[in-house]
Design a protein around this ligand. Sequence first.
Ligand code: AMP
Ligand code: MG
Length: 346
Amino acid sequence: MQTIISKIDSNDIDKNELKKHSELLKNGETVIFPTETVYGLGANALDENAVKKIYEAKGRPSDNPLIVHIHNKDLIYDLSKDIDDKAKKVIDKFWPGPLTVILKKNDKVPKTTTGGLDTVAIRMPKNDIALELLRECNLPIAAPSANISGKPSPTNGKHVVDSMNGRVAGIIIGDDCDYGLESTVVDFTEEIPMILRPGSITKKDLENVIGKVEIDPSLLNHEDNKKAKAPGMKYKHYSPDAEVFIVSGKNDDVIEKINSLIDENDKNGLKSGVLCLEKNKKKYKGKVISLGENFKEVGRNLFNSLITMDNEKINVVYSEEFLDDEVGMAIMNRLLKSSGYKVIRV
Ligand code: AMP
Ligand code: MG
Protein backbone atom coordinates (compact mmCIF):
# COMPACT_ATOMS: atom_id res chain seq x y z
CA MET A 1 0.00 0.00 0.00
CA GLN A 2 1.22 3.49 -0.84
CA THR A 3 1.36 5.52 2.38
CA ILE A 4 0.92 9.30 2.34
CA ILE A 5 3.44 10.63 4.86
CA SER A 6 3.13 14.23 6.12
CA LYS A 7 5.35 16.02 8.59
CA ILE A 8 3.20 18.60 10.36
CA ASP A 9 4.39 21.38 12.68
CA SER A 10 2.21 21.37 15.80
CA ASN A 11 2.79 25.11 16.28
CA ASP A 12 1.69 25.97 12.76
CA ILE A 13 -0.63 23.23 11.52
CA ASP A 14 -0.81 23.02 7.72
CA LYS A 15 -4.56 22.59 7.22
CA ASN A 16 -4.22 21.43 3.61
CA GLU A 17 -1.80 18.69 4.56
CA LEU A 18 -4.03 17.66 7.46
CA LYS A 19 -7.08 17.55 5.17
CA LYS A 20 -5.46 14.83 3.04
CA HIS A 21 -5.51 12.61 6.11
CA SER A 22 -8.99 13.53 7.29
CA GLU A 23 -10.23 12.64 3.78
CA LEU A 24 -8.54 9.24 4.10
CA LEU A 25 -10.33 8.70 7.42
CA LYS A 26 -13.67 9.78 5.93
CA ASN A 27 -13.09 7.27 3.12
CA GLY A 28 -12.69 4.40 5.57
CA GLU A 29 -8.88 4.28 5.46
CA THR A 30 -6.28 4.11 8.26
CA VAL A 31 -4.12 7.06 9.40
CA ILE A 32 -1.42 7.15 12.07
CA PHE A 33 -1.26 10.37 14.09
CA PRO A 34 0.59 11.69 17.16
CA THR A 35 -1.06 11.93 20.56
CA GLU A 36 0.36 12.98 23.94
CA THR A 37 0.69 9.30 25.01
CA VAL A 38 1.93 7.27 22.01
CA TYR A 39 1.24 7.42 18.25
CA GLY A 40 -2.24 6.06 17.39
CA LEU A 41 -3.32 4.01 14.36
CA GLY A 42 -6.77 5.37 13.58
CA ALA A 43 -9.87 4.64 11.52
CA ASN A 44 -13.58 5.53 11.67
CA ALA A 45 -14.83 3.85 14.86
CA LEU A 46 -18.37 3.54 13.46
CA ASP A 47 -17.34 1.77 10.24
CA GLU A 48 -16.66 -1.94 10.73
CA ASN A 49 -14.69 -2.31 7.52
CA ALA A 50 -12.45 0.61 8.43
CA VAL A 51 -11.90 -0.80 11.92
CA LYS A 52 -10.96 -4.21 10.49
CA LYS A 53 -8.11 -2.49 8.66
CA ILE A 54 -6.66 -1.42 12.04
CA TYR A 55 -6.60 -5.00 13.29
CA GLU A 56 -4.99 -6.11 10.00
CA ALA A 57 -2.31 -3.42 9.98
CA LYS A 58 -1.30 -4.22 13.55
CA GLY A 59 -1.82 -7.99 13.43
CA ARG A 60 -3.97 -7.44 16.52
CA PRO A 61 -6.22 -10.20 17.91
CA SER A 62 -9.86 -9.28 17.17
CA ASP A 63 -10.99 -9.64 20.80
CA ASN A 64 -8.65 -6.83 21.91
CA PRO A 65 -10.89 -3.72 21.91
CA LEU A 66 -9.89 -0.27 20.64
CA ILE A 67 -9.98 3.15 22.28
CA VAL A 68 -12.24 5.65 20.51
CA HIS A 69 -10.81 9.18 20.26
CA ILE A 70 -13.02 12.28 20.25
CA HIS A 71 -12.38 16.04 20.06
CA ASN A 72 -15.19 17.24 22.31
CA LYS A 73 -16.27 15.95 25.73
CA ASP A 74 -19.97 15.95 24.80
CA LEU A 75 -19.37 13.34 22.11
CA ILE A 76 -19.43 10.68 24.85
CA TYR A 77 -23.23 10.98 24.64
CA ASP A 78 -23.10 9.92 20.97
CA LEU A 79 -21.23 6.72 21.77
CA SER A 80 -22.33 5.55 25.21
CA LYS A 81 -25.25 5.37 27.66
CA ASP A 82 -25.96 5.26 31.43
CA ILE A 83 -22.93 7.45 32.12
CA ASP A 84 -21.86 7.45 35.77
CA ASP A 85 -21.48 10.86 37.43
CA LYS A 86 -17.98 9.92 38.54
CA ALA A 87 -17.02 9.40 34.90
CA LYS A 88 -18.33 12.90 34.10
CA LYS A 89 -16.25 14.35 36.94
CA VAL A 90 -12.96 12.80 35.82
CA ILE A 91 -13.66 13.75 32.22
CA ASP A 92 -14.13 17.37 33.31
CA LYS A 93 -10.92 17.26 35.29
CA PHE A 94 -8.56 15.29 33.03
CA TRP A 95 -9.73 15.75 29.41
CA PRO A 96 -8.10 16.43 27.13
CA GLY A 97 -5.46 14.13 28.62
CA PRO A 98 -4.07 10.61 29.04
CA LEU A 99 -7.20 9.05 30.55
CA THR A 100 -9.54 6.52 28.92
CA VAL A 101 -12.99 5.86 30.35
CA ILE A 102 -14.88 2.60 29.84
CA LEU A 103 -18.62 3.19 29.52
CA LYS A 104 -21.63 1.16 28.32
CA LYS A 105 -21.70 1.40 24.55
CA ASN A 106 -24.78 2.41 22.59
CA ASP A 107 -26.03 0.76 19.39
CA LYS A 108 -24.09 3.04 17.10
CA VAL A 109 -20.75 1.55 18.12
CA PRO A 110 -20.04 -1.73 16.30
CA LYS A 111 -18.76 -4.67 18.30
CA THR A 112 -15.78 -4.90 15.95
CA THR A 113 -14.55 -1.71 17.62
CA THR A 114 -15.14 -3.00 21.15
CA GLY A 115 -13.69 -6.48 20.63
CA GLY A 116 -17.16 -7.98 21.07
CA LEU A 117 -17.85 -6.20 24.41
CA ASP A 118 -20.94 -4.15 25.41
CA THR A 119 -18.65 -1.43 26.71
CA VAL A 120 -16.65 1.19 24.84
CA ALA A 121 -13.33 2.86 25.71
CA ILE A 122 -13.25 6.61 24.98
CA ARG A 123 -10.71 9.39 25.38
CA MET A 124 -9.96 12.94 24.26
CA PRO A 125 -6.24 13.31 23.48
CA LYS A 126 -4.22 16.38 24.46
CA ASN A 127 -2.39 16.95 21.22
CA ASP A 128 -3.17 19.80 18.82
CA ILE A 129 -2.61 17.76 15.65
CA ALA A 130 -4.78 14.90 16.90
CA LEU A 131 -7.56 17.26 17.98
CA GLU A 132 -7.47 19.18 14.71
CA LEU A 133 -7.60 15.92 12.73
CA LEU A 134 -10.56 14.67 14.79
CA ARG A 135 -12.35 18.00 14.34
CA GLU A 136 -11.66 18.10 10.62
CA CYS A 137 -12.98 14.58 9.88
CA ASN A 138 -15.73 14.99 12.49
CA LEU A 139 -15.76 11.27 13.26
CA PRO A 140 -14.99 9.25 16.38
CA ILE A 141 -11.68 7.59 15.58
CA ALA A 142 -10.72 4.19 17.00
CA ALA A 143 -6.97 4.30 17.50
CA PRO A 144 -4.85 1.74 19.33
CA SER A 145 -1.12 2.27 19.66
CA ALA A 146 0.56 2.30 16.23
CA ASN A 147 2.86 -0.69 16.79
CA ILE A 148 2.79 -4.17 15.31
CA SER A 149 0.92 -6.16 17.94
CA GLY A 150 3.26 -7.31 20.72
CA LYS A 151 5.98 -4.73 20.04
CA PRO A 152 6.74 -1.55 22.03
CA SER A 153 4.50 1.41 21.11
CA PRO A 154 6.09 4.12 18.94
CA THR A 155 6.56 7.54 20.50
CA ASN A 156 8.33 9.29 17.63
CA GLY A 157 7.79 9.68 13.90
CA LYS A 158 10.87 7.74 12.83
CA HIS A 159 9.84 4.61 14.71
CA VAL A 160 6.34 4.87 13.20
CA VAL A 161 7.62 5.11 9.63
CA ASP A 162 10.19 2.32 10.20
CA SER A 163 7.51 -0.17 11.21
CA MET A 164 4.30 1.04 9.52
CA ASN A 165 5.19 2.54 6.13
CA GLY A 166 3.16 0.58 3.55
CA ARG A 167 0.75 -0.90 6.12
CA VAL A 168 -1.54 2.16 6.48
CA ALA A 169 -2.96 4.81 4.12
CA GLY A 170 -1.57 7.83 5.97
CA ILE A 171 1.05 8.79 8.55
CA ILE A 172 1.20 12.20 10.22
CA ILE A 173 4.54 12.88 11.86
CA GLY A 174 4.34 15.43 14.67
CA ASP A 175 6.36 15.97 17.83
CA ASP A 176 7.70 13.18 20.03
CA CYS A 177 5.04 12.08 22.52
CA ASP A 178 4.95 13.95 25.84
CA TYR A 179 4.08 11.03 28.11
CA GLY A 180 5.39 8.03 26.14
CA LEU A 181 3.12 5.61 28.03
CA GLU A 182 -0.40 4.73 26.98
CA SER A 183 -3.38 6.25 28.78
CA THR A 184 -4.71 5.14 32.14
CA VAL A 185 -7.81 2.98 31.45
CA VAL A 186 -10.61 3.22 34.04
CA ASP A 187 -13.81 1.16 34.01
CA PHE A 188 -16.87 3.18 35.11
CA THR A 189 -19.44 0.45 34.51
CA GLU A 190 -19.20 -0.99 38.05
CA GLU A 191 -20.11 0.56 41.40
CA ILE A 192 -16.50 1.43 42.26
CA PRO A 193 -14.38 2.65 39.33
CA MET A 194 -11.51 0.30 38.51
CA ILE A 195 -8.13 0.97 36.89
CA LEU A 196 -7.66 -1.65 34.18
CA ARG A 197 -4.37 -0.23 32.87
CA PRO A 198 -2.11 2.10 34.88
CA GLY A 199 -0.83 5.23 33.18
CA SER A 200 0.40 8.75 33.87
CA ILE A 201 -2.85 9.71 35.61
CA THR A 202 -2.52 7.76 38.84
CA LYS A 203 -4.88 6.20 41.38
CA LYS A 204 -4.14 9.12 43.70
CA ASP A 205 -4.98 11.66 40.98
CA LEU A 206 -8.31 9.93 40.40
CA GLU A 207 -9.14 9.49 44.08
CA ASN A 208 -8.59 13.20 44.67
CA VAL A 209 -11.53 13.82 42.33
CA ILE A 210 -13.96 10.90 42.88
CA GLY A 211 -12.97 9.08 46.07
CA LYS A 212 -12.34 5.35 46.16
CA VAL A 213 -10.88 3.74 43.04
CA GLU A 214 -9.84 0.10 42.73
CA ILE A 215 -7.04 -1.49 40.74
CA ASP A 216 -7.72 -4.61 38.67
CA PRO A 217 -6.24 -7.26 41.01
CA SER A 218 -4.49 -8.98 38.11
CA LEU A 219 -2.28 -5.88 37.71
CA LEU A 220 -0.92 -6.27 41.22
CA ASN A 221 -0.59 -10.02 40.98
CA HIS A 222 1.87 -9.99 38.10
CA GLU A 223 1.78 -13.69 37.25
CA ASP A 224 -1.93 -13.59 36.78
CA ASN A 225 -2.45 -11.18 33.96
CA LYS A 226 -4.43 -13.70 31.90
CA LYS A 227 -7.41 -12.71 34.02
CA ALA A 228 -6.98 -8.99 33.29
CA LYS A 229 -10.24 -7.18 32.69
CA ALA A 230 -8.81 -5.05 29.89
CA PRO A 231 -8.58 -7.79 27.27
CA GLY A 232 -5.44 -6.28 25.79
CA MET A 233 -3.51 -6.79 29.00
CA LYS A 234 -3.45 -10.56 28.64
CA TYR A 235 -1.45 -10.55 25.42
CA LYS A 236 2.32 -10.49 25.05
CA HIS A 237 3.09 -6.82 24.84
CA TYR A 238 5.80 -4.18 24.59
CA SER A 239 8.37 -6.85 23.71
CA PRO A 240 11.44 -5.91 21.69
CA ASP A 241 13.40 -8.64 19.85
CA ALA A 242 16.04 -8.42 22.60
CA GLU A 243 15.50 -10.44 25.75
CA VAL A 244 14.72 -8.07 28.65
CA PHE A 245 15.50 -8.60 32.34
CA ILE A 246 14.63 -6.32 35.24
CA VAL A 247 17.29 -6.28 37.95
CA SER A 248 15.94 -5.49 41.40
CA GLY A 249 17.80 -4.62 44.59
CA LYS A 250 19.91 -1.91 46.25
CA ASN A 251 21.40 0.55 43.75
CA ASP A 252 25.06 -0.56 44.11
CA ASP A 253 24.17 -4.26 44.08
CA VAL A 254 22.14 -3.82 40.90
CA ILE A 255 25.03 -2.08 39.17
CA GLU A 256 27.49 -4.77 40.19
CA LYS A 257 25.15 -7.58 39.10
CA ILE A 258 24.39 -6.05 35.72
CA ASN A 259 28.07 -5.44 34.98
CA SER A 260 28.95 -9.04 35.87
CA LEU A 261 26.14 -10.33 33.62
CA ILE A 262 27.46 -8.12 30.83
CA ASP A 263 30.96 -9.64 31.27
CA GLU A 264 29.46 -13.11 30.86
CA ASN A 265 27.47 -12.07 27.80
CA ASP A 266 30.65 -10.61 26.26
CA LYS A 267 32.33 -13.99 26.62
CA ASN A 268 29.39 -15.63 24.86
CA GLY A 269 29.36 -13.09 22.03
CA LEU A 270 26.06 -11.50 23.14
CA LYS A 271 25.58 -7.73 22.94
CA SER A 272 24.21 -6.21 26.16
CA GLY A 273 22.22 -3.05 26.80
CA VAL A 274 21.27 -1.22 30.00
CA LEU A 275 18.29 1.04 30.78
CA CYS A 276 18.93 3.18 33.84
CA LEU A 277 18.44 6.48 35.61
CA GLU A 278 20.71 9.32 34.49
CA LYS A 279 22.58 9.27 37.82
CA ASN A 280 23.83 5.72 37.13
CA LYS A 281 24.62 6.09 33.45
CA LYS A 282 28.41 6.19 33.74
CA LYS A 283 28.53 3.17 36.05
CA TYR A 284 27.56 0.53 33.49
CA LYS A 285 29.35 -1.30 30.71
CA GLY A 286 27.67 -2.18 27.39
CA LYS A 287 25.25 -0.02 25.43
CA VAL A 288 23.77 2.26 28.10
CA ILE A 289 20.65 4.36 27.61
CA SER A 290 19.72 6.83 30.32
CA LEU A 291 15.93 6.98 30.58
CA GLY A 292 16.11 10.31 32.41
CA GLU A 293 16.44 11.96 35.78
CA ASN A 294 12.95 11.25 37.10
CA PHE A 295 10.08 8.85 36.53
CA LYS A 296 8.20 11.19 34.22
CA GLU A 297 11.21 11.16 31.91
CA VAL A 298 11.59 7.39 32.30
CA GLY A 299 7.97 6.97 31.16
CA ARG A 300 8.55 9.23 28.19
CA ASN A 301 11.71 7.42 27.06
CA LEU A 302 11.00 3.78 27.85
CA PHE A 303 9.44 2.57 24.59
CA ASN A 304 11.70 4.45 22.22
CA SER A 305 14.72 3.13 24.14
CA LEU A 306 13.53 -0.47 23.80
CA ILE A 307 13.12 0.09 20.05
CA THR A 308 16.59 1.69 19.88
CA MET A 309 18.06 -1.41 21.54
CA ASP A 310 16.60 -3.52 18.72
CA ASN A 311 17.85 -1.11 16.08
CA GLU A 312 21.33 -1.47 17.60
CA LYS A 313 21.00 -5.29 17.47
CA ILE A 314 21.35 -5.66 21.23
CA ASN A 315 20.65 -9.25 22.34
CA VAL A 316 20.01 -8.79 26.07
CA VAL A 317 18.69 -5.68 27.86
CA TYR A 318 18.97 -5.17 31.62
CA SER A 319 16.75 -2.55 33.19
CA GLU A 320 16.80 -1.00 36.61
CA GLU A 321 13.52 -1.09 38.55
CA PHE A 322 11.44 2.11 38.83
CA LEU A 323 9.29 1.69 41.90
CA ASP A 324 6.71 4.01 43.39
CA ASP A 325 2.94 3.92 43.61
CA GLU A 326 2.54 6.79 41.15
CA VAL A 327 3.79 6.72 37.54
CA GLY A 328 6.24 3.98 38.59
CA MET A 329 3.30 1.61 38.59
CA ALA A 330 2.65 2.28 34.90
CA ILE A 331 6.34 2.03 34.03
CA MET A 332 6.76 -1.29 35.85
CA ASN A 333 3.57 -2.65 34.27
CA ARG A 334 5.08 -2.05 30.80
CA LEU A 335 8.59 -3.20 31.77
CA LEU A 336 7.38 -6.41 33.40
CA LYS A 337 5.44 -7.23 30.25
CA SER A 338 8.39 -6.44 27.97
CA SER A 339 10.54 -8.75 30.05
CA GLY A 340 7.94 -11.51 30.19
CA TYR A 341 8.04 -10.96 34.00
CA LYS A 342 11.73 -11.92 34.25
CA VAL A 343 13.13 -10.24 37.36
CA ILE A 344 16.63 -10.91 38.74
CA ARG A 345 16.71 -10.15 42.47
CA VAL A 346 20.05 -9.31 44.07
P1 AMP B 1 -4.04 0.27 22.99
O1 AMP B 1 -4.96 1.29 22.43
O2 AMP B 1 -3.39 -0.64 22.01
O3 AMP B 1 -3.04 0.91 23.87
O4 AMP B 1 -4.95 -0.69 23.87
C1 AMP B 1 -6.17 -0.27 24.46
C2 AMP B 1 -6.33 -0.92 25.80
O5 AMP B 1 -7.63 -0.58 26.31
C3 AMP B 1 -6.25 -2.43 25.74
O6 AMP B 1 -5.58 -2.92 26.89
C4 AMP B 1 -7.71 -2.82 25.74
O7 AMP B 1 -7.92 -4.11 26.20
C5 AMP B 1 -8.33 -1.76 26.63
N1 AMP B 1 -9.75 -1.59 26.31
C6 AMP B 1 -10.28 -1.01 25.23
N2 AMP B 1 -11.63 -1.08 25.24
C7 AMP B 1 -11.97 -1.72 26.37
C8 AMP B 1 -13.20 -2.10 26.96
N3 AMP B 1 -14.36 -1.84 26.39
N4 AMP B 1 -13.17 -2.75 28.16
C9 AMP B 1 -11.99 -3.01 28.75
N5 AMP B 1 -10.79 -2.67 28.24
C10 AMP B 1 -10.77 -2.04 27.07
MG1 MG C 1 -1.14 -1.00 22.50
